[in-house]
Design a protein around this ligand. Structure first.
Ligand SMILES: NC(=O)c1ccc[n+]([C@@H]2O[C@H](COP(=O)([O-])OP(=O)(O)OC[C@H]3O[C@@H](n4cnc5c(N)ncnc54)[C@H](OP(=O)(O)O)[C@@H]3O)[C@@H](O)[C@H]2O)c1
Length: 343
């Protein structure tokens, strides 16, 4: 954007609020789209037009009054939170200029304003599209590199492999020298996608039969690393198929979060006798974690060793609620973002 051209701003713009806490299935009734005033920024603040919003399974957990994540739940009657990427359209701060691309945690709103230091300036030239900043990379990288320490020669299993975290985790393992990367997903199309487009060596559909049998067939010598997004049956199978001293990075429990599978049972004697290293983790996306991911991501993309699996939902903010419902049903692949520039 030419900084000399000051973009017009509307008097009013939309935001999405939570109508009631989530109990049971998420429906469109949980969302309310309202219009609010767009005000000029106060001294030290900026006004930002949101361009893209990320969607992720964890958002529904934050709609529960007993949010299981290590962060506070969304508040009924208030705007839904979460990440965003946008463009500064008014600035009353020397730290950011009109036209700067910024990342923030301002959530589901067409416009937001706040102190300039709560918006992080990003380089619009680093990636082909702003949506590349909105992926689950910091989680996938931290889990695969720091928690599982995947590297040369490892046989890696990633559950939920076609989702936001999983579609990056498998590629990260490959780039770090893993000998074989196996993924699981919920449809034939996703299984083909993992192998043909994301570089997985093998993949299976967890609906096609017992996970333990499918995993054993693909990893007859056992897995040495497990990156788990799903829990449930997939976790229980991974314990049985693990090689001695295998490292488990336990990232998510989609089978309980999105489905109704009970928490997995841990076969403790098997874990003990195999000396398994079970490491659940929760990322806080620290500046160091974001920087580690961004640096590797940009390098691997430039070297042609990595793709960014993503889906962009067109149609503006009004499409975000339906987009989240579709994501939870498994309709999308990779990291999902809503395009607010087309609404
Ligand atoms: N530990 C951390 O710090 C951290 C940070 C971020 C996210 N997470 C967690 O990481 C996990 C993955 O996150 P994400 O954003 O990448 O999610 P996601 O994969 O985008 O979630 C949607 C996917 O979940 C799968 N799914 C739905 N129901 C399922 C079921 N019953 N069993 C198995 N899979 C099911 C579907 O894929 P299929 O069609 O393949 O079933 C769907 O495409 C989540 O549990 C999330 O909460 C953890």
């Amino acid at each position: 954007m030419n900084a000399d051209v000051v973009p017009e701003i509307p008097q009013r713009a939309r935001e999405v609020r939570l109508t009631r806490y989530l109990e049971g299935d998420l429906t469109l009734d949980h969302f309310d789209i309202v219009e609010v005033e767009v005000a000029e920024p106060a001294p030290g603040e900026v006004l930002v037009r949101t361009d893209y919003l990320p969607l992720a399974a964890a958002l529904q957990d934050m709609m529960k009054s007993d949010c299981p994540l290590p962060i506070p739940p969304f508040q009924v009657g208030h705007r839904l939170g979460g990440g965003a990427i946008g463009t500064v359209v008014r600035s009353a701060s020397p730290d950011l200029a009109v036209g700067d691309m910024v990342q923030s945690m301002t959530g589901w709103a067409e416009y937001s304003s706040g102190p300039a230091h709560t918006y992080f300036k990003v380089d619009p030239k680093l990636f082909p599209s702003p949506v590349y900043y909105l992926g689950q990379g910091p989680t996938a990288y931290y889990g695969m590199a720091d928690i599982a320490r995947a590297g040369e020669g490892d046989v890696v299993f990633v559950s939920g492999a076609a989702g936001g975290v999983g579609s990056l985790a498998g590629q990260i393992a490959k780039c770090r020298g893993a000998a074989r990367v196996i993924g699981s997903a919920g449809s034939k199309e996703k299984v083909a996608y993992l192998v043909n487009e994301l570089g997985y060596d093998a993949a299976f559909n967890y609906h096609d039969g017992p996970v333990i049998d499918q995993l054993r067939e693909l990893a007859p010598e056992g897995i040495t690393v497990f990156f788990d997004n799903v829990g449930g049956e997939q976790f229980e199978a991974a314990i049985q198929v693990a090689a001695p001293h295998a490292r488990f990075a336990l990232c998510g429990a989609l089978s309980a979060q999105n489905g109704s599978q009970a928490a997995p049972r841990l076969d403790l004697m098997t874990a003990i006798t195999k000396h398994l290293e079970l490491r659940p983790f929760a990322t806080y996306h620290t500046p160091e974690q974001i920087a580690a991911w961004t640096q590797h991501f940009a390098t691997w993309l430039a070297e042609g060793r990595f793709v960014y699996p993503h889906t962009v939902v067109d149609g503006g903010l009004a499409k975000a609620p339906q987009g989240l419902l579709e994501l939870l049903k498994g309709s999308y692949r990779g990291n999902v973002a809503v395009d607010l520039t087309t609404g």
